[in-house]
Design a protein around this ligand. Sequence first.
Ligand code: BGC
Length: 965
Amino acid sequence: MNRQTDYHSGLDDNILNPLKITILDFNRFFIRDFLQRINIIPYYFKYYHFLFHFKLINLLFYLIYHMKKIILATILIYPLVLLAQSIGVYDLRTEQLSNPIGLDIQKPRFSWKLMSDQKSTVQTAFEIIVATTPDFNKKSIVWNTKISTDQSVYNVYSGNRLLSNTSYFWKLTVWDNHGNTATESAFWHTGLLNNEWTAKWITATAPGDTSHEAFPSPMFRKEFNISKDIKSATLFISSKGLYEAHINGKKVGDDYLTPGWTSYKNRTQYQAYDITQMIKKGPNAIGAILGKGWFKGEVGWVKNAGIYGTDLGLIAQLEITLSNGSKQTVNSDGSWTYSYGPILNSEIYHGEYFDARKIKEGWSASGFSEIWPSVKLLSDNTSNLIGSYSNPVRKHERIKPIELIITPEHDTVIDFGQNMVGWVSVKASGKAGTVITISHAEVLDKFGNFYIENLRRAKETNTYILRGVGEEIFEPHFTFQGFRYIKVQGYPGNLALDKFEGVALYSDMKKEGVFKCSNPLVNQLQHNIQWGQRGNFVDVPTDCPQRDERLGWTGDAQAFSRTAAYNFDVQNFFAKWLLDLAADQNQDGGVPHVIPNALNPRSAASTGWADASTIIPWNMYWIYGDTSFLTRQYPSMKKWVKYMEDSSKNYLWNKGFHFGDWLFYSVADDRDGRSAVTDKYLIAQCFFANSVQIMINAATVLNNASDVHYYQDLLEKVKAAFRKEYVTGSGRMISSTQTAYVLALEFDMLLPEHREYAAHLLVKNITDYNYHITTGFLGTPYICHVLSKQGYADVAYKLLLQETYPSWLYPVKMGATTIWERWDGIKPDSTFQSASMNSFNHYAYGAIGDWMYRVVCGIEISAPGYKKSIIAPVLSNSLSFASSSTITPYGEIKSEWKTDKNGVDISVEIPVNTSSLIKLPTINMSKIKSNDINLSNANAIITDKTINLNLGSGKYTFHIESEIK
Ligand code: BGC
């Protein structure tokens, strides 16, 4: 039976996700802080974080912890503590991770967040003590620093050289400007900092012809004995292909699709797991199953398997520290054995074939009696192995079916009500040998039949053969599917909906953003944007999750990157992917269309796609305030700009292949030229300029004055060449499309005297299309921004709220639950767009989310990482309410507005240790009321449209009385 434990229970979530600060957490902080100060907390209680990652004792500690809290809270302490004004520190992170294991960074950076019930709170100083024991005894201290600074993010460790495979504990104390102090602790466990791999790569002799499509998953095992009690044990593991590791019969960790997808030849990630609780004194066993994954399986729409290699491989190094301090290592080597079991084939695109009759009971536990042949050693070395710090793929939402459908073609179909990515967990009882097939689809066709043509070659089918031992539970291992519907064949007995459950799998990015407003269709759009991100952030940012593609398309990723960062924490996700981008970048600077590059190296250097190399590092730096995005990526960014310079003549880049404004509005009968075709080289020149501008910005941040000069000069020339080639003397563009005007305005390509005219022509174009959007992937992210910046917010709102094709809400009206690849994936007459390219889960057009957060609710960054922000909501008569929040590196920022006949209510929340410029939409000071601030002392600045207040952290509400009564 294929049982998998789901560790992602709500309980774990609450304990392990420090971002979910609830009222309980807030109170918990006060109580714990107080109790620590009066020293009545037992040792283990104070360091409960360190113990909590041992999941088996989670529940126990959770209960003890909360019981104590409840009892103590009801006695005097609770109200007393609540009365006291104080500061809290939470969400301690090492390299942006909470208590990471296997971090192979010699100088990790520490970040934390502050909470306070006092307004205008800033950190004034911090102290960090790093030690190798959780009691921070003197002998174990490796670094101790106290600095007067307000910097609470990315503080670099600069103590003694770190040792590999060692736990480090850090105790943080912070001081604020009101004289409060708070203390909290966290830890991290180092990886193999000096590549100390003693284990060998092992493989199995293939069962017959390796080129054959069906390739069973090899299983590896090794028994070992431990003579003493164990103090700690860490497993370092990686594979060529995907792995699932087991120890003593249980799956290790709750990650899936490990070791993830990278530019394998240059960078293959390993994972590290604390397995202290999984092994014991006496006999033990370790095992691992491998699947083809991206390494050996098919990747890309042209049938090509094994682009990284043909031999699947495993490397595992189990480092055990015994109670007497001595070490024992269990390495993958020639003494391991292998066999083949129930997974007869697995392919990311095609699904898994699992024959439960072939399960080898107890194969990863000690005392297993089958005799297996010895493994072969692979000659590969370990120099490309790197620790992982991106968010691993994990199970998230579990979705119950909503309907059982018998289609007109008599198929048995289950509807999950949500287009999602992951797989379906199936329970079934029946005779041994019963074959169940589960096929996946995103949509039903206009007649209600199961539609799979748009999956192209991807079979998206899992097959399970029953073992016949009561109720069996099936989930695949080395594949994932994009689907809303499944077709079930061969199900034994009564098919009840509760035997099926959709399991969403995606990179474990914490959810950060909320956007809601008074228009339910827009709320559904936001839902669709977030689900599009869930489904396409599966270790790499993919274009789509269902057909024979699922590749890291650079253009899609750059278009969506800002929206992505409002919705979820994507800092480490993009940090990892950008390193693969640099690793796979061509010698001449051309950036491949997809990263990791699974296509031909010549498939590179398309404008707007390759610019992912400059746009994303800059966006991430700006959003997270993390300069390392720029320092790490700078050489790659420079190389790409150099490529464009080298391909230009007189600074005009008008060569090469470009996707252009991909999937712009085009009509079948175009005799009157209604399709919104924008000259590709015009677009290329705009993106060229934008990337040069980013180089100026990045060089400025990195204090590289000579580069700043160089790129400033280049930028002038690139813009001049643009104007000469593409703009008429009066300011009309040679392509009179929305995208042409949008890019020219957004990237500041025009002479100042032509801007207003260009904005006018843009609006005219939009009204000519009766307020419909006609842009493709490259124009879409910017159109509403350009409109609102140019004073046409009303037109931007009309585009957002447009319900007929082409528009963002058209798919919503057609029942979409994710963002579609095309504006008209399903046409008004319910027929489909061309099956050859018609994904119903593609995030690029979801880039409008950025405008919803940044303009509708007005949350804008004004210093990197939101150290300073602007909150300037742009109200519209078409909405009566809008609210959004996101988690910045300093904590939650929030903006909300409501209008009625009495006026406008605006409430904002500014994170501790930051400040914000609030722009209230009135110029009449006497109309503003606030209980949170004395407005006469607030140094308000009145501009032509708004009243501006510079405020420190805290929550503020304002009422702006209506002018018309
Ligand atoms: C992908 C896109 C990608 C495009 C290149 C498509 O097949 O799905 O999203 O950006 O090719 O134009």
